[in-house]
Design a protein around this ligand. Structure first.
Ligand code: ATP
Length: 234
C-alpha cells in the first residue's frame, strides 16, 4: 500500500533522514521505533506532504505522492495523527471531529462516519459537547486519533501517541489502536516506547539517527540483540 524508497530528507538543506526504505502492506500494523530525535516525526511529515524529500520516492496505492501537496494526499486516503495531540481546545469534541471530515462531501457520509467513530470511542460521545481542552490527556489523544479516522483513511499515520501519557493511559490508547487495526485499518506507527510498539506490530523497523538499522516482525525485533541492548537495557 505504501512504499518508501531511498528517502532522504531534512530541514533547510540539512539532512536528517538518510536513504530510508520501508513498506506498509494493506491491513498491517507497522511500527518504526527509535529514540528521541532519530527522525521518526520527520518521516511521517514527509509521507503526509508537509515536508518534501531531498531524494527518493514515496508511492501510495501505486501512485507517486512525494511531489503532491498535503491536501491531495489526505484525499487519496492518508490521515496523519500528529505528535503532541494538537486538538483545538476551545472547540467542542464534536466540532474537532467534524474538522477531520472536511474531505467528505455529503452530510449523510459525515453523520455515518461520526457514528462509527463514536462506536469505537464511546467516551468521546459522552463528552461531545465539552470543550476539548477540558478532556484528560488520554482523552485528548483519543480525540486526535478519532479525528484522523473521520476522513475515512485507508492508511493511518500515528506519531508518538504515548508522549506525555501515564503508563495506564498508554495501554488504553494502544488497546484502541489494536481495535482499529482489528477492524481492518492499515496503520503506520512511530514510537519511542520500543517494547510496546513492537509487541503490537506485525512488522517493525528500527531507526537510529536517520537510518534504518534493523527490520523484521515485531517478535523478531524484540528478540534481537540490537533491540535488547539498545532499547531494553539487557
Ligand atoms: P522525537 O521523538 O523527539 O519527536 P523524532 O524521532 O520524531 O524524535 P524528529 O522530530 O523527526 O525526531 O527530528 C529529527 C531531527 O530533525 C532532530 O535532530 C531535530 O532536531 C531535527 N528537526 C526536527 N524538526 C526540525 C525543524 N523544523 N527544523 C530543523 N530541524 C528539525
Amino acid at each position: 500500500m505504501l512504499k518508501v524508497r531511498n528517502l532522504s530528507t531534512g530541514y533547510d538543506g540539512v539532512p536528517v533522514i538518510f536513504d530510508v526504505s520501508f513498506e506498509v502492506r494493506e491491513g498491517e500494523m507497522v511500527s518504526i521505533v527509535g529514540s528521541n530525535g532519530a527522525g521518526k516525526t520527520t518521516i511521517l511529515k514527509t509521507i503526509s506532504g508537509l515536508l518534501k524529500p531531498f531524494s527518493g520516492e514515496i508511492e501510495f496505492l501505486d501512485k507517486r505522492i512525494d511531489r503532491m501537496p498535503a491536501h491531495e494526499i489526505v484525499k487519496l486516503g492518508i490521515a496523519h495523527v500528529p505528535e503532541g495531540r494538537h486538538v483545538f481546545g476551545k472547540m467542542t469534541v464534536r466540532d474537532n471531529l467534524l474538522l477531520g471530515a472536511y474531505t467528505l462531501e455529503s452530510d449523510t457520509d459525515i453523520k455515518k462516519v461520526l457514528e462509527e467513530v463514536y462506536e469505537i470511542f464511546p467516551r468521546l460521545k459522552e463528552r461531545e459537547n465539552q470543550k476539548a481542552e477540558t478532556l484528560s490527556g488520554g482523552e485528548q489523544q483519543m480525540l486526535a486519533i478519532a479525528r484522523g479516522l473521520m476522513s475515512r483513511p485507508k492508511l493511518l499515520l500515528v506519531d508518538e501517541m504515548s508522549l506525555g501519557l501515564m503508563p495506564i493511559l498508554v495501554d488504553k490508547v494502544l488497546d484502541i489502536l489494536k481495535e482499529i487495526s482489528r477492524r481492518g485499518m492499515t496503520i503506520l506507527l512511530v514510537e519511542q516506547k520500543v517494547q510496546e510498539a513492537l509487541e503490537m506490530a506485525d512488522r517493525g523497523y528500527v531507526l537510529q539517527t536517520g537510518r534504518i538499522v534493523a527490520e523484521g516482525t515485531g517478535k523478531e525485533l524484540l528478540e534481537s540483540d540490537l533491540v535488547k541492548k539498545a532499547y531494553m537495557g539487557m
